[in-house]
Design a binder for this molecule. Sequence first.
Ligand code: PDD
Length: 300
Amino acid sequence: MIFYVFLLDYRFIMARIAYVNGRFLQHSYATVHIDDRGYQFADGVYEVIVMYNGMMIDELIHLDRLDRSLKELQIRKPVSRAALRSIIREIVRLNKIKYGLIYLQVTRGIAKREHQFPNKSQPSIILTAKSITMPSRKTIEDGIKVITIKDIRWKRRDIKSLSLLANIIGKQKAIEKGAFEAWQVDDNGKITEGTSSNAWIVTQNGVLITRTADHDILNGVTRVSILKLADRLGVQYKEQSFSVQEAKAAREAFISSATTFVTPVTQIDDVLIGNGKAGALSLSLRNGYIEYANNEGATC
Ligand code: PDD
């Protein structure tokens, strides 16, 4: 059962609407309890789904990953998939999103603060949505800078956990160095992934490489779609780890995520990649991904 609670105040009539545990609320009034385990322990998971041209990209694959993350942490599903899909559509409609993000978070719920799982708790679910502007062609052609940092995260990065301290510290370091993203490096000198994106290179021989999706990285939904696209385009690719040196010697590099699609990387630390402009394969994968997002990747 879905309740609508609009605290009607005409100053907020155009305000953003959020969903919290069964109710649609004005974003500024949308709150959860201080004993929610998401707040106390980051005991929960999330997903980010993108709306592109009025359609969701890879909605069902995101929902599959959400189910997987919940299962790995033994958190019950708060609502059925059918109910969740209708809540998503309602949040999109209420916020009038054509290009934007849907943020979906589930926690183990409210309980007395004790580390072990509570005997009984109702999982909490929240959804928010916001519009975004797509980057200009020039931004994409110029590419972004990434820095490399030590990967200090826990060992289950395949779970899309709310616990993002290492990621936010990494992103902050990147911003302070004038970069867009930080590529995290494991103890063997190999790149795992970005703080909120997957990492890719194209070798001088034209082979596309991204790390194998095991416990060391989040298996990006965008990553999976790009691999399918590479298959279709006949691009030779390998899922294997690559070192910082290999990345710096690459012909091309890029990041992928729901929000950045395929975004070329033209500088890693102080080293320019290729000729310092977006690479040809990166651009064609970006275009291919956008076409996919407009067609078979889309649900409305
Ligand atoms: N981040 N790796 C990490 C650590 C991520 O946080 C993300 C996504 C990805 C790419 O996953 P996907 O292609 O499914 O978006 C890889 C989201 C966008 C975020 O945290 O906002």
